[in-house]
Design a protein around this ligand. Structure first.
Ligand code: SF4
Length: 201
C-alpha cells in the first residue's frame, strides 16, 4: 500500500505541472473552456490508464467510499460519460466535476492542446465549442503554431505513465480505469491488513 501511495504522490506532482502548462497556454491564446461546460465529461470516449486514476482511487479509499464506488461502477453496462460528472442542465452539457482535485491527466488538458500530425508536425486540437466561441483566437493560434506551440498532450500523458510501466501501459474507458484502480487499492489494502494481523499474532 505504501508503494501505491508513493506512486500516487509522484503522479499528483506531475498533474500539477500538466494543469499549469495547459492553463497557461490556453489563457495566453484565449482558448479557455466555456464556463460550466461539461461536454468533454459526457463523452463515452474519454480514456485513462489505471495509474492516472490512482490518486482518485486512493482518495475514495481514504474517504471510506472505495467499495461502494466499485459496486456502482460494476453496475454500469454500456460505454457512457464519466461517473463523476454531475449534470446541471437538462441536456447534460452544463455540469461539474465532483472530483476536480483528483481528476486524471486527460481532464487537465481539456479544451485545447497540441498533437503531432501524420507528418510529425505539431498541430492544434481545440474543442468545437471553443472554436465557436473564439474563432479569431483559434485562427491566430494556428498562425502562431511555430512561435507559440501548444503543449503536446501525448508527452504529458507519457510523463505520468512512465512512472509505472505496468499500471500506465494500457488505456481504458475512464470508468473502467477507475474500477481497475480501485481493485488494485482494495487488494493492496487487504494484503497490508493481513500482514499486520500476522505480525500481531
Ligand atoms: S474526472 Fe471530472 S473532469 Fe474528468 S471526465 Fe470525470 S467529471 Fe469530467
Amino acid at each position: 500500500m505504501q508503494r501505491l501511495r508513493e506512486l500516487s504522490r509522484r503522479v499528483e506532482a506531475v498533474y500539477g505541472e500538466i494543469a499549469e502548462t495547459f492553463n497557461n497556454y490556453q489563457q495566453r491564446q484565449g482558448l479557455q473552456c466555456r464556463s460550466g461546460c461539461g461536454e468533454c465529461c459526457l463523452a463515452p470516449t474519454i480514456e485513462a490508464t489505471v495509474l492516472e486514476m490512482l490518486p482518485l482511487a486512493l482518495y475514495l479509499f481514504d474517504q471510506g467510499k472505495a467499495e461502494q464506488t466499485l459496486a456502482q461502477l460494476e453496475q454500469l453496462t454500456e460505454p457512457q460519460g464519466c461517473f463523476f460528472y454531475q449534470k446541471l442542465s437538462f441536456d447534460g452539457k452544463q455540469g461539474q466535476c465532483s472530483v476536480y482535485q483528483q481528476r486524471p491527466s486527460i481532464c487537465r488538458m481539456f479544451g485545447a492542446g497540441g498533437y503531432r500530425d501524420k507528418t510529425g508536425q505539431t498541430s492544434l486540437s481545440a474543442c468545437k465549442t471553443i472554436k465557436l466561441d473564439n474563432p479569431g483566437k483559434y485562427q491566430q493560434s494556428l498562425i502562431m503554431l511555430q512561435s507559440e506551440p501548444p503543449p503536446l498532450m501525448m508527452l504529458s500523458k507519457e510523463q505520468v505513465n512512465e512512472l509505472d510501466y505496468q499500471l500506465g501501459n494500457n488505456h481504458y474507458g475512464i470508468n473502467t480505469a477507475l474500477q481497475l484502480a480501485l481493485e488494485q487499492v482494495l487488494f493492496k489494502a487487504s494484503y497490508s491488513f493481513e500482514q499486520t494481523d500476522q505480525q500481531i499474532a
